[in-house]
Each structure stands twice: as C-alpha cells, then as structure tokens.
Design a protein. Sequence first.
Length: 146
Amino acid sequence: MVTPQYFVLHPQLQQDTIALGRMDLCQVLLMNDSQFPWLILVPEIADLRELFQLNQQQRQLFMEESCRLAETISVIYHADKINIGAIGNMVPQLHIHHIVRFRNDKLWPAPIWGKLPAVPYTDQQLAEQTALLKQQLSLNPLALGD
C-alpha cells in the first residue's frame, strides 16, 4: 500500500517566515527581515524541488501567481526592481523568492543573499505589513495546522 504524500512546509521556511495566506497553487510567505520587502511563493505540492516538476497547468498557474505577486509588491513599495529567484541549496523544497529592491537600499546593486543578518520586523511593522499584503493580494486564509 502506497501512503499518499502531503505537502508540509520545510522547517527552515517555517522558522524564517510569516505565513500570509494562499493563492490557488502557492502559499505566500513574508521573510522576517525588515530590511527588504521579501516574499516567497511555495507551491503546495509534496516533494517538489524544481519548477520543471510542475505539470503544464501548474506551471501556468505558478507563473500567473508569481507575476501577480511581483506586480503587486512593485506597486505597493514603488520598487526600482523585483528580484525573483529559486536557489534551494539550503532548503530543497521549491520556493521562489520575490524581493523588492531600491536603488538606495543597503546592498544595491549587489544580490542580497547572505550579505546581512536578518532584522526581524517589530510587532507593529509586522501587523502593518501583513495587513497591507493580505488586503492587496486578496489571499485565502491558511487552514488550521498549516
């Protein structure tokens, strides 16, 4: 008998992010680093490591959700650039970073990966950011236990 595989968010993503809600395919997470508006999409499919593992319909839906997220955060934060990337060397579960960049940010124009320690959001900042993002993205709530 084969046991069905269920989606479980990787523990490192659980530790480093705040879950905001769901789109149709992906969970939307906010990286707990107030230095950059930084969101992550995680397709809710068990044992997924690479974009090419998505079927054609899932790929199309992922692209729509990624573009919707990127456009929304670009408008909200008046971004100079949106960096989008999937590295996954430390966290193998497929997750796609969407990072708002500004010409005057601490690291422009260099990549941000591993350059600065995270500065967690204050309670007030977190409340403001999550309310704004949930409203602007019209996210579905996460189920209890997610």
